[in-house]
Design a protein around this ligand. Structure first.
Ligand SMILES: [Zn+2]
Length: 382
């Protein structure tokens, strides 16, 4: 029984840094982590406080912990350790982050400790971020914040695509630009200051305005995720992105600011989740003013984006960037399930009401369905 527990325990057990141990009485001990409270009660509590817990600092193996506790029943001790382990109070200090430098571990310490809530091998999520390669399209008020957030989260390789130059409003919003950068290329200036901001990120830049799915294909090739950040409506770019990513088998996600609402998703995993076309065709199918919308879409397509002024408050982009960055960190690290697979997430800037809208795969989607090139034999044939 004892040895069965032994084989499941961390090699070098340590109390996780985010757990606070608070004595309640001689026979009750509280383990508090945020709002989560766990209690242990019984005669062994004072023994734990005085003799066992000081040994759980990660510097000893289980046998080394047991050695000075020989006067106590071994089975009992192993049971207590097993209980602490099952309750997620212990981590394994023998597991080290092989691929990260001391400086990286220091920078991401808070994030790594957060990840320790989800798995005893706390470095694995951070390592996944470090091994990720992403492409961001658009460094406007939304994209530049997402770039900064993902660099700060420790994504290993980021390429950014943008064709605009730095304006007055860009300076206030980005840690990458200074006043003397006014008029310079947004993406190239970001590349220059990335070393100062996030030296551990391998950053590359493409100064261009995309005008077709062909333009996008080479930019998303072999990326784990492509991210489209749009400050003003331009449906064509989502079409191109969808087409290019389906062709290249690359997942993608988008974030938009649309007047009084922020829109995130859907996250498209090629041929697994509903694609952008699945979403768009269903959306258009429900439009009251279909012809008028199509005329608007054609107009915007020809103009290369909606040319109106889009007055906004600065926090709008901040809100969407924060939610989008979090969703991307989930997708890449897998510490929790992303909410935008098969869903659109919207947040209203005035009421702060957030909603998840389900999207279904369109059986004969012209972009992602395997049946898209096979004519239907009957009108009801899916
Ligand atoms: Zn589709």
């Amino acid at each position: 029984m004892g040895d069965a527990i032994l084989s499941k325990l961390p090699r070098k057990p340590a109390i996780r840094k985010t757990v606070q141990i608070i004595p309640v009485s001689d026979s009750a001990l509280m383990f508090k982590e945020g709002k989560k409270i766990q209690a242990m009660r019984g005669g062994a509590v004072s023994l734990m406080m005085e003799r066992l817990i000081p040994l759980l600092d990660g510097s000893r193996t289980v046998e080394e912990i047991m050695a000075p506790l020989k006067d106590i029943n071994r089975e009992e001790m192993l049971k207590i350790l097993g209980l602490l382990h099952i309750r997620g109070i212990l981590e394994d200090a023998s597991i080290v982050a092989l691929k990260m430098s001391r400086e990286e571990l220091k920078r991401y310490e808070s994030q790594i400790n957060f990840f320790s809530r989800f798995h005893p091998e706390k470095y694995k999520f951070q390592e996944k971020l470090k091994n990720s390669r992403i492409a961001i399209f658009g460094l406007g008020s939304l994209g530049v914040r997402v770039l900064s957030g993902l660099a700060w989260a420790g994504v290993g390789e980021i390429s950014a695509v943008d064709g605009e130059s730095i304006g007055e409003e860009d300076i206030a919003r980005s840690p990458f630009y200074d006043r003397e950068d006014l008029g310079k290329s947004r993406v190239q200036t970001a590349a220059k200051s990335m070393g100062r901001h996030s030296p551990f990120v391998k950053f590359s830049s493409s100064e261009k305005k995309v005008r077709s799915s062909q333009d996008i294909r080479s930019l998303v090739k072999e990326r784990d995720l492509a991210v489209l950040c749009v400050d003003r409506p331009f449906p064509a770019v989502s079409h191109w992105m969808n087409e290019a990513c389906l062709e290249e088998g690359v997942s993608w996600i988008s974030g938009y600011l649309e007047e009084d609402e922020g829109i995130i998703g859907p996250s498209v995993v090629p041929h697994l989740t509903p694609c952008y076309k699945c979403y768009e065709l269903r959306l258009k199918g429900n439009l009251t003013h279909y012809d008028e919308y199509m005329a608007y879409e054609r107009y915007v397509w020809e103009k290369g984006g909606d040319q109106r002024e889009f007055p906004k408050l600065d926090p709008f982009a901040e809100i969407v960037a924060g939610h989008l960055t979090l969703e991307i960190v989930k997708i890449l690290s897998k510490f929790a399930a992303p909410v935008t697979y098969g869903h659109i997430y919207t947040i209203n800037f005035f009421t702060l009401e957030a909603k998840l809208h389900e999207i279904l795969k369109l059986p004969r989607c012209p972009a992602c369905s395997p049946k898209r090139n096979i004519p239907s034999r009957k009108t009801w044939d899916l």
